[in-house]
Design a protein around this ligand. Sequence first.
Ligand code: PEP
Length: 242
Amino acid sequence: MARQQLIAGNWKMNGTRDALAFFQDIAPAAAASTSEILICPPATLVAAGAAACANSPVKIGGQDCHSETSGAHTGDISAVMLRDAGAEFVILGHSERRADHGESSALVARKAKAALEAGLVPVICVGESETERREGRAEALVAEQLAGSLPEASGEDYVIAYEPVWAIGTGLTASAEDIQAMHAFIRGRLEQGEATRLLYGGSVKPGNAAEIFSLPDVDGGLIGGASLKAEDFAAIINNTTV
Ligand code: PEP
């Protein structure tokens, strides 16, 4: 079965309502694309983003969710709430959440289960640090994160994003050989490997997206910095779908 490419933007903690013009600006590229296009704005813009995309193929996602549906968790947002606000996907286990909030793989797995139960597609992030790669432990670390972070039930629709931590927001990108090798490794470890979409993330930009996304085991990308400018994100969409 052919896997549809997914091009996903992660706005992180960026954007207020004036950023919503972005959706109009990328609409022509999204409409002409054969890829699925996803933007994960901050939680404050999920509902407004979903409304702005009501007549376009662009989908909206959250950047995190709680593992419970509701309750005494001040400041948190559940998967059900994200779905209710119009989200269809949710990023989970991003390295910034693992680092800033001490999120363990076990917690990510519980969040992924909650997301699936709420009808969201989890985008589960894994990736090694610079030290782990230098010491030849990249595959072992990614295997460990995968084993711990995936939701229990098999046959579920989730996406994996391989994001080497040292490549996120640094301008450094893993080589095409290393990306393909890690993606093939990840695919081989998944129960439904051939059906699961694997995204690459780490300083993807208009100049390198087409090459990265043409690798056989890469099914699109998770894009941070370059998803903040409509022109750059549209160029990534255009380059990878012609
Ligand atoms: C990310 O936030 O997941 C990411 C890959 O960021 P950047 O594209 O800026 O490296």
